[in-house]
Design a protein around this ligand. Structure first.
Ligand code: MGD
Ligand code: MGD
Ligand code: SF4
Ligand code: MO
Length: 738
């Protein structure tokens, strides 16, 4: 049977204005079939759905079916290149464990059984409502993602908070970009990464802090390789990563000594007369206090703390002092730390004090992780109100209510709990029902055993995913089958603030629905569908997002519609209505922020933030003598491997089993042999891994790639106090022969 027909049938059965509408216009709701506006034999361009680089990919349609994919040679981001995940992006859609119907756990047998959407929705509503009636409206929570479209995130955040009366919702962006969000907001006045990818090619000095783009952002790294200025590349990473090997200077600092080192660099730059006083005086506040604060971070002190040789430190200072266009880039080695916000701000401070921001080839540049973490930072309605507004500000609430056409009383005045607080709320009985969308925290959240124990305490767990086999799905009471990238429409925002479109080029299997349609169904079933009547299609929702962006730093009211985005190869915010006529030709394809030195605080000035470094939660001891670092393994593996593990081509590009990187000296002392096994234990758990002996890690440190299910058994739940981002990259472990 034609799957789309069966969908229409059940949709018609379930009465209600929305469902009738869905049944009438299936294509535009991502209900499975290729929208009519795509010619059956054509080349369809769309943005990649893995990492935040946002490469343009061309999907080749034959007889209305996606048959292959090639990188878009004209796309301003990737210029015809793609990494293995991008090339293989269609393969995971056809995996045999795709969900084709909702699954409900039978209370008698404990097994997950297929049910209709009507049953799934009535179960969702009756059990979630029941929890709210028994334990109050805030006893529900959701955990979402940076991997669904901006339209979907905004609808979910609005539905849950304004429609269902919930308050607590967060996403895996907390695991990833929360630090950058808070750091930018406090320092620059808005969460605004200032760069454009051309900056990779225009710098004469690039400094990567806790960032391994060779593996995690390979196409950004290709842009670095195109830099014609023979740039100096400095890498601050405890490991000799693929990126560090390609650097002109690798500072293999001790794990989590970044803040001390960055303050030391600031002090030495001040000593070297490298401060751009004119810029600092005109555009910043707090420099004098900062200069006084860092004075005690002498080269001797910081080299000792960071385990660096003085000549390497001096060389780094000279490169920054003498560089004409210095750019600073950071990723998870910074964000996933116990003092990560101040560390990110220490990087921002270096760019500000040396005037390296707002000009080509400069910037304090946080590289994003997931394809749409930037969308979630602006529109998920999680830490800020839609469009980067402030939940606690009555004017902002009134404004958003007016734009959405909803009563202002529906907008909560309080902020949601952060991810870790929501989980702690399960222990205290405050959170009883959890809805998990497009994230797999049963593998990816820190301190896994504790996480899994908490799941058992829930009254009701709903998981919305592509696959029935993920660690989360297996534990759900109800699974909602979602359409994935390539099976739906919407937009993503990449690392350089570029909004790109994705398209529906492949039918979703069985009764799987786009997340957008699922949220609309929930709204309808909950009885609040009327509040979201304007959110008819993803593109209609995009028009609402435009209005929400108006007047904000992220204003993109100048973008007409999806077609406009498509024709332009994506458009970076800001792009205000009328701006297209005023932009110089050189800036229509890419733009950076702060060219005029004006920042987003009310006084137009950027701020220096700083604070004394503090020790890690779990230093090594005699019993647990090694520091465990975790992160990405290969360019072919994506997070919990639910998608990348489906491709035979990608599987051939990474080791099948978990492996531990260990220095030859340590391996020798412990009698470990390459290819043999090692038991790795922390205070919270233990695992077995294959031994990979390599000098890329320093003695006393070991490394596990995060893509294998066991890794987070070991990690230690410590959080940055400002961003509440987990510190995945530091805990103490013991090693033993099994
Ligand atoms: N292939 C692939 N690409 C991806 C992803 C993926 O899963 N697979 N995920 C995407 C996502 S969501 C993200 S967030 C990004 C992550 O991108 P990256 O942050 O570049 O990747 P990681 O390997 O997590 O961490 C980077 C480096 O931080 C270093 N590090 C550890 N501790 C410290 C420290 O104390 N100080 C410093 N300076 N460095 C430290 C690690 O050794 C590691 O090399 O990648 C994105 N791209
Ligand atoms: N030890 C350690 N742990 C880490 C990290 C680390 O460096 N070290 N990094 C952290 C970081 S930066 C991140 S971002 C997280 C990532 O952690 P997760 O978000 O848990 O990882 P993913 O595997 O990307 O999970 C996405 C899920 O969504 C599903 N999915 C994909 N597309 C769609 C869709 O369109 N709709 C729906 N409904 N579902 C979809 C996938 O099948 C998958 O199950 O991991 C964190 N965990
Ligand atoms: S670099 Fe990122 S966006 Fe580009 S193809 Fe690879 S995964 Fe996709
Ligand atoms: Mo991430």
């Amino acid at each position: 049977m034609n799957p789309s027909l069966s969908k229409n049938t059940w949709l018609r059965e379930w009465s209600g204005p929305l469902t009738a509408e869905l049944a009438r216009t299936p294509g535009s709701f991502g209900l499975g079939q290729v929208p009519l506006r795509l010619a059956p034999d054509s080349l369809v361009s769309m943005v990649c759905g893995y990492c935040s680089t946002g490469c343009g990919l061309n999907v080749h349609l034959k007889d209305g079916r996606a048959v292959s994919l090639t990188p878009d040679p004209h796309h301003p981001v990737n210029l015809g290149m793609a990494c293995p995940k991008g090339w293989e992006a269609l393969t995971p859609l056809a995996a045999p464990d795709r969900l084709t119907t909702p699954l409900l756990r039978d209370r008698q047998t404990g097994r997950l059984e297929p049910v209709s959407w009507i049953r799934a929705m009535s179960e969702f509503v009756s059990r979630m409502r029941g929890i709210q009636e028994r334990h109050g409206p805030h006893s529900l929570a959701y955990l979402s993602t940076g991997q669904i479209t901006t339209e979907e995130m905004a609808l979910l955040g609005s539905l849950f908070k304004f429609g269902m009366g919930g308050l607590h919702g967060d996403s895996n962006t907390r695991q990833c970009m929360a630090t950058s969000h808070v750091a930018y907001k406090q320092s620059l006045g808005f969460d605004a990464p200032p760069f454009t990818y051309a900056d990779f090619e225009e710098s004469d000095v690039l400094i990567f802090v806790g960032s391994n783009p060779c593996i995690a952002h390979p196409i950004m790294w290709q842009r670095v390789l195109r830099n014609p200025h023979s740039p100096e590349i400095v890498v601050l990473d405890p490991r000799r990563t693929e990126t560090a090997v390609n650097a002109t200077l690798h500072l293999a600092l001790k794990p989590k000594s970044d803040l001390t080192l960055l303050y030391g660099l600031a002090a030495a730059l001040i000593q070297a007369g490298a401060v751009k006083a004119e810029f600092v005086n005109a555009h910043t506040t707090g420099f004098a206090e900062f200069a006084q604060f860092v004075a005690e971070f002498t080269p001797e002190r910081v080299c000792l703390a960071a385990g660096l040789e003085r000549p390497d430190f001096d060389r780094c200072v000279n490169l920054i002092a003498q560089g004409k266009r210095v750019s600073f880039w950071w990723t998870m080695g910074v964000n996933q730390g116990h003092e990560s916000t101040r560390t990110a701000q220490a990087i921002i401070n270096l760019a500000l004090m040396t005037g390296n921001i707002g000009r080509p080839g400069t910037g304090a540049n946080s590289i994003t992780g997931q394809c749409n973490a930037m969308g979630s930072r602006l529109f998920a309605n999680v830490t800020s109100l839609l469009g980067g507004r402030d939940t606690s500000n009555p004017d902002d609430r009134t404004h958003v209510a007016r734009i959405l056409g909803i009563p202002v009383e529906r907008i909560p005045t309080e902020k949601s709990w952060a991810y870790d607080q929501i989980l702690a709320g399960i222990d205290t009985g405050d959170i009883r029902g959890l809805w998990v969308i497009a994230t797999n925290p049963a593998q990816s959240w820190i301190d896994q055993h504790r996480f899994l124990d908490r799941l058992k305490k829930l009254d009701f767990l709903v998981v919305q995913d592509l696959y029935s086999t993920t660690e989360m799905a297996q534990r759900a009471d109800l699974i909602l089958p979602a359409a994935g990238w390539g099976e739906k429409e919407g937009t993503f925002i990449n690392s350089e603030r570029r909004i790109g479109v994705l398209k529906n080029v492949s039918p979703a299997p069985g009764e799987a629905l786009s997340d957008f349609s699922i949220f609309r169904l929930v709204a309808e079933a909950w009885g609040c569908g009327q509040l979201f009547r304007e959110w008819r299609t993803p593109e209609a929702a995009f028009q609402i997002l435009k209005r929400l962006s108006a007047g904000q730093p992220c204003d993109f009211t100048g973008i007409r519609d999806y077609r406009h985005l498509d024709e332009a190869g994506g458009i970076q915010w800001p792009y205000r209505a009328g701006q297209e006529d005023r932009l110089p030709a050189s800036e229509t394809r890419e733009r950076r922020l702060f060219a005029d030195g004006g920042f987003f605080h009310a006084d137009g000035r950027a701020r220096f933030h700083f604070e004394h470094p503090v020790p890690v939660a779990e230093p090594t001891t005699n019993e647990y003598p090694y520091v465990l670092l975790t992160g990405r393994g290969t360019s072919a593996q994506w997070h919990t491997n639910s998608r990348t593990g489906k491709s035979a081509i990608l599987r051939a590009l990474y080791p099948a089993d978990l492996y531990l990187e260990i220095h030859p000296e340590d391996a020798g002392r412990l009698g470990l042999v390459g290819g043999g096994q090692v038991r790795v234990s922390s205070r919270r758990g233990t695992l077995l891994a294959d031994v990979l002996i390599t000098p890329t890690v320093s003695p006393g440190q070991v490394y596990l790639p995060m893509h294998y299910p066991e890794v987070n058994r070991l990690t230690c739940a410590q959080f940055d106090p400002y961003s509440r981002q987990p510190s995945y990259k530091h805990c103490a472990v013991a090693l033993a022969r099994p």
